[in-house]
Design a protein around this ligand. Structure first.
Ligand code: PLP
Length: 400
């Protein structure tokens, strides 16, 4: 089937020669995907326990998303925000209704949604809270991951991400994640917002201590400060609820969403939240050529319809409990963190470490990434119990 295409080595050489070395991909060259499985250029199938960093929550090429994309490709793909189009209003309404929010500001990447939320919070601080000009502060958590733009890197605590990219944007304070006393001490009259991932994804699927996020909400209320929940990775069904904050019965003022908002078909992101806050954005304040484009909105609407069934959240809850129980039993695993079909699996590095873990997993038919001693397991939410058994068996073999 793939006989007339380039070999794996050809692809690796082309990427190394012609592509900037921004990442260090594992030597697997993917050609197709369907449901929870991908196929490489040699026609070898691998079970996807990576899930596109949670962008593939509905599985690869979910038929409803593909159908929506194809239908829209045959109609209209771009109007820009200079003109209305017939997918924008319905997309905003349906996303607001799904998330129980008042208003939506669409964009493309997750980083862009975070940047947009930061702009809105600063504007709110100056126009509503009365913070003196240029003095607004935003508090974030250590070990955060919110993207790769210069402003976002300004409050990253990972030196590998920051080195060589300064000078950085001022106006951010960093406190330990999960430490409410540290947050209380950091808040001042100039604090515009607290920005947190509801579950910290990139650093290893860290669920904060019980009650922490409710305490953050209360602290923000007491100090007239916005609470921004970054749910680009943990939102939209990944943890077993539509929004990860739903587990805590907590509402944020603004949420950033992305990744699975298009089910992995194309970059679609958004800030959603309170109308009195998002309503501060006026014409000329913000803009994006592709943000909220017809194709993005049509695919986004199909993703929203899938989430509105509740089926994917339920699958994450039920099979997530099973996945966690199976991973917990493994020799060579020191801790399993996370929620739903999402797990940070800490590996005893005396067994196997670094890139070799992922390479060995891939050699045995499992796609999964490793960083800082943990596997991040995030299969598409269409995975079956039998597929989980297969994936866990492969991990067990590699750790043996
Ligand atoms: N926020 C969180 C919590 C993320 O995990 C990510 C990406 O992994 C981003 C923002 C940035 O999203 P993107 O890579 O689409 O810019």
């Amino acid at each position: 089937m793939f006989a007339d295409v380039l070999s794996v080595q050809d692809h690796l050489s082309l990427a190394a020669r012609w592509g900037a070395h921004d990442s260090e991909p594992y030597p697997v060259v993917l050609a197709q995907g369907e449901g929870a499985w991908v196929t490489d250029v040699d026609g070898r199938r691998l079970l996807d326990f990576h899930g596109g960093y949670s962008a593939i929550n509905f599985g690869h090429r979910h038929p409803a998303l593909i159908a929506a994309a194809k239908a829209q490709l045959d109609r209209l793909t771009l109007s820009t925000r200079a003109f209305h189009h017939d997918q924008y209003g319905p997309f905003c309404q349906e996303l607001a209704e799904l998330t129980g929010t008042d208003m939506v500001l669409p964009s493309n990447s997750g980083s862009e949604a975070v940047e947009t939320a930061l702009k809105i919070a600063r504007k709110w601080a100056y126009r509503v809270k009365g913070v003196p000009d240029e003095a607004a502060e935003i508090i974030v958590a250590a070990d955060n991951f919110h993207g790769r733009t210069v402003t976002i890197l300004s409050f990253s605590t990972d030196p590998r991400h920051r080195a060589g990219f300064g000078p950085f944007t001022p106006g951010f304070k960093v406190v330990p994640y999960g430490d409410i006393d540290a947050l209380r001490s950091a808040i001042t009259a100039n604090t515009a917002a607290v920005l947190l991932e509801s579950v910290q994804g990139q650093v290893g699927v860290i669920v904060p201590p019980k009650g922490y996020l409710a305490d953050v909400r209360a602290l923000c209320d007491d100090n007239n400060t916005l609470f921004i929940a970054d749910e680009v990775q943990c939102g939209l069904g990944r943890t077993g609820t539509t929004l990860a904050l739903d587990h805590e019965g907590v509402r944020a003022d603004l949420y950033t969403l992305g990744k699975s908002l298009s089910g992995g078909l194309l970059p679609v992101s958004a800030v959603v939240g309170r109308g009195d806050v998002l309503g501060l954005i006026k014409p000329g304040d913000h803009g994006s050529t592709f943000g909220g484009n017809p194709l993005a909105c049509a695919v986004g609407r199909a993703a929203i319809r899938l989430l509105a069934t509740g089926k994917f959240q339920e699958c994450s809850r039920e099979l997530g409990a099973y996945l966690h129980a199976r991973l917990d039993e493994l020799d060579g695993v020191t801790e399993v963190r996370g929620r739903g079909l999402w797990a940070g699996v800490q590996i005893d590095e005396r067994r196997i470490a670094g890139r070799r873990v992922t390479e060995e997993l891939a050699a045995r038919g499992l796609l999964c990434t490793e960083s800082n001693g943990h596997l991040r397991v995030a299969p598409p939410l269409v995975v079956t119990r039998e597929e989980i058994d297969f994936g866990v068996r492969v991990i067990a073999d590699v750790l043996a």
